[in-house]
Design a protein around this ligand. Structure first.
Ligand code: ATP
Ligand code: MG
Length: 278
């Protein structure tokens, strides 16, 4: 079983869209996937067709030690995909856990204690747009991090900050945390900035960057409104095609235990003269 955290502290970069659609295609390909929704917005829960207003116990109850992980898992309508659901109440967890024991290990402990953990080939954790305690729990529990990113002006700055957090997690709570891959999502190849940002990121993360690129596609934005992954909403869309290719590329690679990465990226592409020289 592999545990994958999908993280980027920047909001709206397609973390949830990637978590839901990667899970759906992998489920469709015969894998058993558990999606843990660790975001109080509960977008992955509703995006997979689960009515969050009907959820009585959620990952919140697990993190504060009231419930086992197993007891809050719901089968989604998508084959092979189960969900550890979230609710807005999860907002409180960050505050409530502050003074508790092993606060960064709450999720890792719950996964390890899960009696049915061997049922799953893959656990995907969707995280909120912050580097707070919830995201730290995800990174502490995970084998690797998948980073979705948009090609925009401040993207590199955000990536540098995320990278620092990953290094901190390696030092403090999870020495073997790997970078699974970086995914360019919501891409518009007509923009010069897109190409420029992609080149900068590739200098830094090299072959960690997925060849698959997710284009901006309106069908991907519509699907959550129907509580469906793109696979069920519009199988013939460009978005579905892209996420299917991502799922295949994901399976074809696996994160090596030893990671070799270049030094942190320059904070901004606006100052190329500041890129470190040997
Ligand atoms: P948050 O940080 O708030 O959790 P997120 O990183 O999970 O956001 P999403 O919710 O997946 O991001 O995506 C943000 C918005 O962009 C959503 O409305 C989503 O439907 C839309 N979206 C995601 N990917 C695409 C795409 N490739 N083309 C068009 N719209 C997209
Ligand atoms: Mg999200």
């Amino acid at each position: 079983m592999k545990i994958l955290a999908i993280a980027n502290q920047k909001g709206g970069v397609a973390k949830t869209t990637t978590a839901v659609n990667l899970a759906a295609f992998l489920g469709h390909m015969g894998k058993q996937v558990l999606l843990i929704d660790l975001d109080p917005q509960a977008n992955a829960t509703s995006g997979l067709g689960i009515d969050r207003d009907k959820v009585e116990k959620s990952i919140y109850n697990v993190l504060i030690g009231q419930e086992s992980l197993e007891s809050i898992i719901i089968e989604s309508p998508t084959s092979g995909v189960s969900v550890a659901v979230s609710t807005l109440g999860l907002v409180g967890a960050e505050v409530e856990l502050v003074n508790t024991d092993r606060r960064e290990f709450r999720l890792a402990d719950a996964i390890n204690q899960n009696a049915s953990r061997n049922r799953y080939d893959l656990v995907i954790i969707d995280t909120p747009p912050s580097l707070g305690l919830l995201t730290l729990n995800a990174m502490t529990a995970a084998d690797s991090v998948l980073i979705p990113m948009q090609c925009e002006y401040y993207a590199l700055e955000g990536l540098a900050q995320l990278y620092k957090t990953i290094q901190l997690v390696r030092k403090k709570t999870n020495p073997s945390l790997a970078i699974e891959g970086l995914l360019f999502a919501m891409v518009d190849m007509r923009s010069n900035l897109t190409v420029q940002v992609m080149e900068e990121v590739k200098k830094f993360l090299k072959d960690k960057v997925y060849e698959t690129v997710i284009p901006r596609n309106i069908r991907l934005a519509e699907a959550p409104g129907f509580g469906k992954p793109i696979l069920s909403y519009d199988r013939s869309s460009k978005g579905a095609d892209a996420y299917e290719r991502l799922a295949k590329e994901f399976l074809a690679r696996s994160a090596p235990a030893q990671v070799s990465e270049a030094p942190a990226p320059a904070e901004s592409i606006s100052q190329p003269q500041e890129v470190a020289t040997p």
